[in-house]
Design a protein around this ligand. Sequence first.
Ligand code: PMP
Length: 454
Amino acid sequence: TDQEKTIQDLDAKHHLHPFMPHPDIARKGARVITRAEGCYIYDDSGHKILDAMAGLWTTQIGTGREEMVQTAAEAMRQLSYYNTFFYTTHPNVARLAEKIAEKTPGDISKIHFASSGSEAVDTAYKLVKYYWNLKGQPQRKQFIARENAYHGSTAVAASLCGLSGMHEKYDLPIDGIHHVGPAPHYYNNGGEMTEDAFRDHCVQAIEDKILEIGPDNVAAFIGEPIQGAGGLIIPPEGYWTKVEALCRKYGILLWCDEVITGWGRTGKWFGSEYYGVTPDIITMAKGLTSGYQPLSAVALGGDIAETISQEEGEMVHGFTYSGHPVATAVGLKNIEIMEREGLIDTPDQDEKISYFSEQLSLLNDHPLVGETRTLGLLGAIELVKDKTTRARYSDEENVGFICREHCFDSGLVMRSVGNTMILCPPLVITTEQIDELIAKAREALDKTYSQVSG
Ligand code: PMP
């Protein structure tokens, strides 16, 4: 219709998108998404699409929930905005900080709020530096991150990323950030090694980097418990225990970036809890509000929490929206719903997680599928040209992208990262919707296969 054209034309003319697709797709214009309900999004022609990416790893409780709308509206009516700069607070900030401290593993006790995951990451980076300065060890300036990491888009967060394309054109990374490889991706990087040997090889690479930099110069190690945007990389068993032991051995802060793995993704409240590690720092966003409001947090435990909070004077760090009253109200309600509906760490949810894993593994018989893997409600499908040699399609062949577009056309959102298809359904997905997801994924795989296999 004329109106559709108008939106697409306006968008094409004035909206600078974060990612541009292949020119053939760009020519068709951006998809116009107009509403969402539960696990589905709808475009402007009424096409109903199962959102198996939960927005962008975000909507744990599903979208459009009236209770959330009411909560936001009431919070806005009562106190649409006030700051936390004048040693001021409000009930939702204090209560949500307490709730986060309660749900995070270990002795997390201090929470600082921001709006986006990237802001939380930048904040944590600064607080680590602040901490080491307060401790009289200002030489601890070096950060160790990993290949395939994603930590955000601001200059510091992008510097911590270990993904090609994020640095070169932006004159990044900033100094003092080191990326260690290989990423703990057994299927891609394991070669002839056993999984245990591969795990030890990955951990050894981190220790080698620590020794190369000099242990007393290392400020923190940052890692996503499961690498998300870098390809849904689930580390081998025992990996995180060993990484934590390394950090303790050298007195390095352990920072888990749980922007994706936090709030129920792994089946536990936090990914670090799932892996049995107790980070000094946890960054979180996304699932904290299920995307109903932009809200993120940096959670501190142990000595860094104590040292920073005992320091007199101001931290001299914060944002206009640190502890936004509407966002924190929405965060609290989101957590209340997840608790009430038993969406995290309950037998019912564990059963759903097992079902998701079983059903996804059925796709392994497809000629295009080299591996499927899941942990909690996170899943990946590796697309291969040859199942036995694990040969991949080239970047030019664009197979992941082709598959993503077929998914969209079949009414399913899956994300593609290179040759990897990624799934992150809302925690409220039902078993029937999981069946729908698998059926549509198979349909898209079939179409992709007949297109790419000539
Ligand atoms: N850290 C991780 C692990 C993420 O996955 C993301 C976003 N995908 C971020 C940080 C950045 O969050 P935001 O996009 O809200 O800035």
